[in-house]
Design a protein around this ligand. Structure first.
Ligand SMILES: CC(C)(COP(=O)(O)OP(=O)(O)OC[C@H]1O[C@@H](n2cnc3c(N)ncnc32)[C@H](O)[C@@H]1OP(=O)(O)O)[C@@H](O)C(=O)NCCC(=O)NCCS
Length: 184
């Protein structure tokens, strides 16, 4: 049975096979180190019975003071090894991530994904995430790619107030606006 545990520093030496997936966002080593140090409970590994890394999730918890939002979580990276897909591993990681944020009294979880990533879009819809807006040309590249900005209210938000501004509109983030993601 696959089990979840916090990520360890030496997991960073084992996850090459997972991050080579074209839909897995790859960050600098400093990003992962900062996350492990600052939000250790929000960096989770799924480990198979033989000790293989089956998947991981990296995220953070933000107080919302900077952008005048409520306390919330943000998923920065989620990936599952191709050998372990369609077994519920991503759902397990996402649900546990949401549970950890519930314990912090966070209001919602949000995340961005490439508009072409149909598997992830279905996964997040299945888990109750709602499309909030489209971020035009969010992902650099040639061509650049738009991102879906999705959000799920957590237990504290009984009336789903944090979805009130979900317009599904397309917006372009100003260059100086920190997007809540560490994508670069
Ligand atoms: C997207 C991804 C994380 C899904 O992981 P997973 O462990 O296979 O997902 P789950 O088994 O929990 O799937 C739950 C549901 O999501 C949907 N889903 C998942 N993968 C799907 C796929 N390839 N096609 C269609 N629907 C899919 C299904 O509804 C599935 O339920 P079902 O298997 O009962 O039909 C995985 O494919 C992956 O790592 N992709 C590459 C990295 C990536 O895209 N990360 C997300 C970036 S935002």
């Amino acid at each position: 049975m696959t089990c979840l545990r916090e990520m360890h520093l030496d997991d960073l030496f084992k996850f090459n096979a997972l991050v080579f997936d074209p839909f897995t966002e790859v960050y600098r080593l400093s990003f992962f180190l900062r996350h492990l140090a600052q939000w250790p409970d929000l960096a989770l590994a799924a480990v198979s019975p033989d000790g293989q890394l089956a998947g991981f999730i990296f995220g953070k918890c933000l107080d919302g003071l900077r952008d005048h939002t409520e306390l919330h979580g943000h998923v920065c990276a989620l990936t599952v090894s191709s050998d372990y897909r369609r077994l519920g591993v991503a759902s397990l990681l996402m649900n546990h991530f949401g549970h950890m944020l519930d314990l912090k009294n966070a209001w919602y979880v949000d995340l961005y994904l490439r508009c072409s990533n149909q598997a992830a879009y279905k996964l997040y819809c299945n888990l109750g995430y709602c499309l909030r807006r489209v971020l035009l040309e969010y992902y650099p590249g040639d061509p650049e790619e738009d991102a879906f900005d999705m959000r799920k209210p957590l237990s504290i938000d009984v009336e789903r107030l944090t979805l009130a501004l979900a317009s599904r509109q397309s917006v372009r983030l100003p260059p100086d606006e920190d997007s809540d993601d560490d994508y670069s």
